[in-house]
Design a protein around this ligand. Structure first.
Ligand code: ADP
Length: 467
């Protein structure tokens, strides 16, 4: 059943139930808490007494008195008087037998309803015929014997009933109608949200359906969350797809990168085995090529191992106080040696004093080597390598600068992602995980890695390690 139908049913039922409850409780409370005579009960009582007297006209005054006394016994609060046409009391259950003038009777009749609202006795006068003559039955009831509060309605026609029932129904239904209206509004908003969620397609290239709901209530908040969730899902899916594409590309590159040197190596090894070389120099040259290819493959396999390690576990740090300036100096010296004779300009700024901070030295060394390898591999044409170590109150910063082709701005935010390579079509230059490892190392140390690159001018990688 739809929510709307459910609510309609619920409201109808509760409106009907509350009306029944109202009627029932008001009658019940009236009966238990509001004791006494009701005005509408007195007239029938008077008529029934008159009726029983009129039915026995020939039985004489004794029978009349007996009837009145019995009525008085049944209703001790009520005083009953039998009055003749001249106003003389024929019988008074109180035994006072007063005489009434016409004026007295007229006044009693006139004030009948009014008396009911005051604290005086309430009179009920009923005309009667007995023994062929006209009489009156006068009943007087003390105000204290009447119901203390009584809602009585003078309903003569069905129309007058409507005047009561219609306002009652309206006043009962108004809160329900308001509740229904507000629920319908809420329902509309929920339906919109529902539809949007239903239509949310993470793969589609069409723009995300944004919902406008500026209200601050829970549904408004839910709508805002939906909007941001829809965008997040889309962008995360795009990232996953990108990641997946990079992974596939990596695999195809890798098989290519492994097969090419292997073919060369097999060819040269076969030449050596069959003695198909001119002299010792030629043999050495071929052996050197085999060695180079072996190293290259070894490096590739190392990187693959890194990938599977990264997949398997997060980095676990074994931090001890380590002299970062010494570490950086050692690595810088090594790279200067490697590039010796390559007409490189070196700019090394490492303070002489010891800077010791708690680090996992092998991991930091690996991160620095990854950055330096990249600077040489991708920035070689700049013929410049800068290695600087600086410290401030909060951190120790190692930066590596090259002046090669650099990284276009649109790629800078992605190069720390796994398998991301700026020129993804290029083969044999790496698997796109070097910088992802650098980032992991930096984060494991609660530090950071930043890149600032102006293509063909300067590219700086800055590794920040907190003190
Ligand atoms: P890879 O194994 O491809 O080198 P990295 O994660 O180390 O993977 O680097 C990601 C990409 O960032 C590289 O493919 C390269 O395109 C780019 N890159 C990294 N360092 C530099 C640099 N110094 N100059 C230009 N491009 C760089």
């Amino acid at each position: 059943m739809k929510l709307r139908t459910k609510l309609w049913l619920l409201l109808m039922l509760s409106a009907a139930f509350s009306m029944v409850l109202f009627g029932f409780t008001s009658v019940w409370i009236g009966k238990t808490a509001n004791k006494g005579y009701a005005l509408f009960e007195l007239n029938p009582l008077a008529l029934s007494i008159v009726d029983s007297i009129e039915k026995q006209p020939a039985s004489g005054p004794d029978a009349l008195k007996r009837i009145l006394d019995r009525a008085h016994e049944e209703h001790p609060e009520i005083r009953l008087l039998w009055i003749d046409e001249t106003g003389m009391s024929f019988y008074d259950t109180a035994g006072l037998n007063p005489t009434f003038t016409f004026h007295d009777l007229a006044k009693l009749m006139q004030n009948m309803p009014k008396q009911y609202l005051t604290n005086d006795d309430v009179p009920i006068i009923t005309p009667a015929t007995w023994s062929g003559q006209s009489y009156y039955l006068l009943m007087t009831i003390p105000a204290s014997a009447m119901k203390q509060g009584e809602v009585y309605f003078l309903i003569r026609t069905l129309k007058s009933l409507l005047t009561l029932v219609l306002p009652l129904i309206l006043s009962f239904s108004l809160p329900y109608l308001l509740a229904l209206w507000s629920f319908t509004e809420l329902n509309k908003r929920i339906r919109k949200l529902n539809n949007a969620l239903n239509q949310l397609n993470i793969q589609s290239s069409s723009p995300v359906v944004e919902l406008a709901d500026s209200s601050k209530d829970e549904i408004g908040q839910l709508t805002q969350h939906y909007n941001s969730m829809a965008h997040r899902i889309r962008s995360q899916f795009a990232q996953i797809q990108q990641f997946e594409n990079n992974r596939k590309l990596l695999l195809s590159n890798l098989s290519h990168d492994l097969r090419t040197p292997l073919t060369t190596m097999l060819g040269y090894a076969e030449m050596i085995r069959t003695g198909n070389y001119s002299d010792e120099k030629d043999l050495q040259a071929r052996a050197k090529i085999i060695l180079q290819r072996c190293r290259y493959m070894d490096k590739l396999l190392d990187q693959m191992l890194d990938i599977s390690r990264q997949d398997a576990e997060a980095l676990t740090l074994r931090s001890v106080d380590h002299n970062v300036s010494e570490l950086t100096r050692k690595i810088a010296a090594e790279y200067i040696m490697i590039l010796d004779g390559e007409q490189f300009e070196f700019d090394v700024e490492i303070p002489d004093e010891d800077i010791s901070i708690p680090i996992d030295a092998p991991l930091v060394e690996r991160a620095l080597r990854n950055i330096l390898d990249n600077a040489i591999r991708y920035g070689k044409e700049g013929r410049y390598l800068g290695i600087r170590l600086k410290e401030d109150g909060q951190s120790v910063n190692v930066s590596v600068t090259d002046k090669g082709k650099g990284i276009p701005p649109e790629h800078q935010a992605h190069i720390f992602e796994r398998f991301y390579r700026v020129d993804s079509g290029r083969k044999g230059e790496g698997l796109g995980i070097g910088l992802a490892i650098v980032k992991d190392v930096a984060l494991a140390h609660h530090g950071s890695i930043e890149v600032h690159s102006t293509p063909n001018e300067e590219t700086v990688f800055k590794l920040k390690l907190p003190r």
